[in-house]
Design a protein around this ligand. Sequence first.
Ligand code: XMP
Length: 433
Amino acid sequence: MKQDTIVILDLGSHNNTVIARCIRDLGVYSEIKPHDITLEELKAMGNVKGIILSGGENNIINGEAIDVIPELYDAGYPIMSIDHKLAKVESKTYPENEEDLSPMMKEFVFDVCCATPNWNMANFINDQVELIRKQVGNKKVLLALSGGVDSSVVAAMLIKAIGDQLVCVHVNHGLMRKGESENVVEVFRNQLHANLVYVDATDRFLGKLAGVADPEEKRKIIGAEFIRVFEEEARKLEGIEFLAQGTIYPDIIESGTKTAHVVKSHHNVGGLPEDMQFELVEPLYQLFKDEVRACGVELGLPYEMVYRQPFPGPGLGVRVLGAITTDRLEAVRESDAILREEFALAGLDKQVWQYFTVVPDFKSVGVKNNARCYEYPVIIRAVNTVDAMTAVVPQLDWDVLHKITNRILAEVPNVNRVCYDMSPKPCATIEWE
Ligand code: XMP
């Protein structure tokens, strides 16, 4: 069953995503499309119940104001125009008050377009499973399974659709958090019975990183080595024709529509050699992040995996400052595990957006067991943010901070000091490297 759809045509508005979200929150599927979509493309989308022309200040391309194709106005679709003065229908103004958007959309979607609110995760999953089976047939699909939210949800979806025709490759670069790789193996191999190739490349990554102190250099090495390991594993497998990716809707929007500036290019796996020809399977490309999580829950993934805080691709590698050494890597891993445990006990895991520890590459003097010691500090970082572009530091409960400090000092070797980073972004970034 294909759900009812409202199409938003991008005529230069900043509000396209907010409108799409608003309509989906009403239970009706909505998608943003370029302004010059053809009638054939619209028909191919299935149950299009209505069209919103979403105009705004980015409506000039190559010196000319853009409009939809003329035939669209006579194609029989109900049309609502917002801030698009060129439209042949009366143009409404985008509400000043965000609260007024929902009633405006409700009226158009239900009263004018008569759409049925049949957008929900169970229907979405059923649709995708059917589409994946049709696309893949009896061929094999490869997936780089990092254990992050997006790749985990893609894996769960594909396992439901095609079972062991999916081959997951999990590369442990040795910079994962405590228990993370083990958890990926437990959930996917033991519980969901995935066809999972587990590669422990710890020594290889740490070898490449030995003595490298520059943060950008470290990131580049980790990224390049990851692709190399993944590529080597992919070459060992036979008969793979598809590559699954956890591309999600913001990736597609941020990679640039016709009117918006490119925020950043997204390469989810990227860099695979050109002689390896794969067709892509991207079952989450229509979903916003919170919808991806809801989809993961519906597919039966554990809560901790689906609501996991963001974790950078280079992993703990950018939290062991400067050249990575095993003693400091272990200090970061152990202190991070304590922090996560105590945050969960205090309920802070649901209140704080991201929290982790950092270990710098200098020591300070302390005293332990009545003797002088010279050891590393652990820095606690906790931030709240909406979009990670700016961030504030939450005022944490003093008793919780005390307990975490005492545990880190008692349980983590080579550490004699704990600090709390009070810096907002800007001036600081969330990560230290
Ligand atoms: P910064 O440090 O730039 O971090 O304020 C913003 C957010 O992005 C995450 N981050 C990364 N995520 N690959 C990722 O997938 C990376 O290389 C990377 N670097 C930073 C960071 O954890 C924070 O949530």
